[in-house]
Design a protein around this ligand. Structure first.
Ligand code: NAD
Length: 298
């Protein structure tokens, strides 16, 4: 007789709230030294998704009592003007962290813009110096979504040490940095990592080997139940808006994992929304507080 079971839900809200409480203590300690961590969020143009992300980041800064420096530039801003804004923020001692919201309009060279941010203020962790430090296991800033996935695993009791982690997706913001984080010879890491991508052959045969499966693909419900090993831990990074005529809005958010099917196979899974997405913003706050500490302790 088969017994139906349901995976445990790993709540991004509960874990992000824990980190938020820890940050409040650290921010208070900095305040006693007359330091208020400051984050500059640079938004170019009016991409609606970017506007939502930026609003969220600025709102979380305000809730935690961080200084938020808002730089809003028109979609047709020249590269020269954008680089001049970053240079000004680099030199402002009240600004400890700088984030340029991606994607940028086509005429701007994204990596050139990211390279202009001082590595010690690069709280998104996209500067080549921080990417290099992450790979060789030196302290630096790790990209927030990848760091958030690692925190979700550790704080819900699924230490990746010795486990086979299969990551589907090799982007510079999620897949690659998460692979670098989890393969380190370090506490909270020590995993055996396989990275899959659009050219991977026999994908399902690989995902079915995962003790921990991470989906960062950008295709709604791409990972089906048959691609998941029995009792695997599943981290769903995907955020996709799909049509849903049953909702008043006509749409709803889903991840890159078929949630209903995964529930029946996995040991634990992150929901969408309410999973990784909530971690990204709080990890950005944590990086900003660390940047403020480093820059004011010299
Ligand atoms: P991306 O488009 O840069 O990368 C997608 C990756 O998926 C690529 O490496 C590609 O090789 C791989 N891929 C595409 N089709 C595939 C296939 N058929 N088989 C195997 N691999 C395939 O995306 P990204 O920026 O890494 O984002 C991935 C998802 O995560 C998106 O849904 C995005 O919205 C979401 N995301 C969420 C957060 C968060 O805070 N939760 C942050 C960043 C991105």
């Amino acid at each position: 007789m088969s017994v139906s079971r349901t995976a445990k839900i790993i709540s991004g809200k509960i874990i992000a709230d824990q980190i938020r409480s820890e940050l409040i203590v650290e921010i208070e300690a900095l305040r006693r030294k007359n330091v208020t961590p400051g984050l500059a969020v640079v938004l170019v143009g009016e991409n609606p998704a970017s506007q939502v992300y930026v609003r969220n980041k600025r709102k979380t800064c305000a809730e935690l009592g961080l200084h938020s420096f808002d730089v809003d530039l028109p979609a047709d801003v020249t590269e020269r003007r954008l680089l001049a804004s970053i240079d000004k923020l680099n030199r402002d001692p009240k600004v400890h962290g700088i984030l340029v919201q991606m994607p940028l309009p086509k005429h701007l060279h994204e990596q050139k813009v990211l390279n202009a941010i001082l590595p010690e203020k690069d709280v998104d962790g996209f500067h080549p110096v921080n990417a290099g430090k992450l790979l060789i296991g030196e302290p630096g800033f790790a990209p927030c979504t990848a760091a958030g996935c690692q925190e979700l695993l550790l704080r819900s009791g699924y230490d990746p040490a010795g486990k086979h982690v299969v990551i589907v997706g090799r982007s510079n913001i999620v897949g690659k940095p998460l692979a670098a984080l989890l393969m380190q010879k370090a506490a909270g890491a020590n995993a055996t990592v396989t990275v899959c991508h659009s050219r991977t052959r026999h994908l399902a045969a690989l995902t079915r080997q995962a003790d921990i499966l991470v989906a960062a693909i950008g295709i709604p419900e791409f990972i089906t139940g048959r691609m998941i090993k029995d009792k695997a831990v599943v981290i769903d990074v995907g955020i996709n808006r799909i049509d849903d005529p049953t909702r008043a809005s006509g749409t709803r958010l889903v991840g890159d994992v078929h949630f209903a099917q995964a529930l029946k196979k996995a040991r634990a899974i992150t929901p969408v929304p309410g999973g990784v997405g909530l971690m990204t913003v709080i990890m950005l706050m944590r990086n900003t507080v660390s940047a403020a500490k480093q820059q004011t302790s010299r």
